[in-house]
Design a protein around this ligand. Structure first.
Ligand code: DHB
Ligand code: FE
Length: 281
């Protein structure tokens, strides 16, 4: 059977991608940030996941106000790197895993979560920046990726409760797949940040730290936090954090092992958070 061995959480700030693409990771501004991912890259080389199920949000790249799926699963064999306005990032294309993605769609939709099935989708910084942070900059990504896009741009966005329960349904789907696969689930976005309006640049360390604590130890309680609290405390784009509850819900009910925790300010206008949780054997 396939199993989810670990979950990885990380911000996906586009400026991090630009720093990598422009060879500036050792600049004094960026070095402390990339240092926080050195352990993660070593850990990843040991883990060798067969597949990454990557929860992220599209930033009006593949979708737009013309079409807004709440939850979209990428079932294609491959996904092109999106042009977000300055040409596609110079990173490998993303290879999908149509068989497992279709199985998860089948299982999760039968479990009453109405996913949108997407057979063609370019992937933006929300997906490619986390791949760089965890895998570095290889000529090809080391494993297939199932992109799972969540609407956190246009209200109404899904609740924390819905995200946690969806994660549980994804866990059940993976565990009913009859192949001996090591599957990781990643949640991306956040942490506190606001890119627009009078509060642009807002960072809330206290909220971010409490969010990480509760994601580890009290996901059930955290899932009850309403959107308005994210917006008030973590800024208008801080709502990306609800996606982390999908990855957390896919973990075992037993307390996870905290393998790595990192927090850094600033990365452009954003607080960067990163967590690795392993399922206990
Ligand atoms: C920025 C954009 C994002 O999508 C994000 O998650 C964080 C920061 C930005 O434009 O700086
Ligand atoms: Fe984002």
């Amino acid at each position: 059977m396939a199993r989810i061995t670990a979950s990885v959480y990380t911000s996906h700030v586009p400026a991090i991608g630009a720093a990598i693409d422009l060879g500036r990771t050792n600049d004094p501004y960026w070095a402390p940030l990339f240092k926080g991912y050195e352990f993660s890259k070593r850990w990843m080389r040991d883990q060798k996941p067969d597949i990454v199920f990557l929860v992220y949000n599209d930033h009006a790249t593949a979708f737009s106000l013309e079409m807004i799926p709440t939850f979209a699963i990428g079932t294609a064999a491959e996904f092109r790197v999106a042009d977000e306005g300055w040409g596609p990032r110079p990173v490998p294309k993303v290879i999908g895993e149509p068989a497992l993605a279709s199985h998860i769609a089948q299982s999760v939709i039968q479990d009453d979560f109405d996913l949108t099935i997407v057979n063609k989708m370019d992937v933006d910084h929300g997906l490619t920046v986390p791949l760089n942070l965890l895998f570095g900059s290889p000529a090809a990504w080391p494993c297939p990726v199932i992109p799972f896009a969540v609407n956190v741009l246009q209200y109404p966005v899904p609740s924390g409760r819905r995200c946690l329960n969806l994660g549980r349904a994804i866990r059940k789907a993976v565990e009913s797949y009859d192949e001996p696969l090591n599957v990781q689930i990643w949640g991306t976005g956040g942490m506190s940040h606001q890119l627009q309006g009078p509060r642009a640049g807002l960072i809330n360390r206290e909220f971010d730290s409490a969010f990480l604590d509760r994601l580890i130890a009290d996901p059930e309680g955290l899932a009850a936090v309403p959107h308005i609290d994210y917006v008030r405390e973590a800024g208008s784009e801080g709502i990306e954090l609800v996606m982390w509850l999908i990855a957390r819900g896919a973990m075992s009910d037993k307390p996870p092992k905290v393998v790595h925790r990192f927090y850094h300010v600033p990365a452009s206008n954003t607080a960067v958070g990163h967590l690795i949780l392993e399922n206990q054997a």
